[in-house]
Design a protein around this ligand. Structure first.
Ligand code: THU
Length: 134
């Protein structure tokens, strides 16, 4: 089954719920992320920091882990929020993480409205480049 319609309100609610699980004692900057999979599941994640600050995991890291722990697949739509529930742009590293699992029509809620994966990570490096050199 392929989902074309995106319930952005449901994704926002899932992102806020995930944000409330954040472990962010160092930055005090809670983040929650949620995504709709191409087969209609909602997966989510929160940031998990570490006393060794550089090891902190972004919310998108636990989201992609959750994706794989619940059946894998591709991401159709993505929503990320900060501790105040406002839309947050995924950091550069996390755009790359999301790119790996994008559905062809993946969209993201951004501070400038809905955008495509290609708009937030143009000219991306991805699995296709590894294929070309084999
Ligand atoms: N953070 C995320 O979880 N995702 C992002 O895309 C941006 C940053 C987290 C990492 C850290 O725990 C906190 O926000 C402050 O940088």
């Amino acid at each position: 089954m392929t989902i074309t319609e995106v319930d952005w309100q449901a994704l926002e609610a899932a992102a806020v719920a995930a944000m409330n699980n954040a472990y962010a004692p160092y930055s005090k900057f809670q983040v929650g992320a949620a995504a709709l999979t191409a087969d209609g599941r909602i997966v989510s994640g929160c940031n998990v920091e570490n006393a060794s600050y550089g090891l902190s995991l972004c919310a998108e890291c636990s989201l992609v882990g959750n994706l794989h722990m619940t059946g894998g697949g591709l991401l159709r739509a993505f929503y990320c929020v900060d501790g105040g529930g406002q839309v947050l742009m995924p950091c550069g590293r996390c755009r790359q993480l999301l790119y790996e699992f994008r559905a062809p029509d993946m969209e993201l809620m951004t501070t400038q409205g809905i955008k495509t994966m290609d708009q937030v990570l143009p000219d991306a490096f991805g699995p296709q480049h590894l294929e070309e050199t084999r």
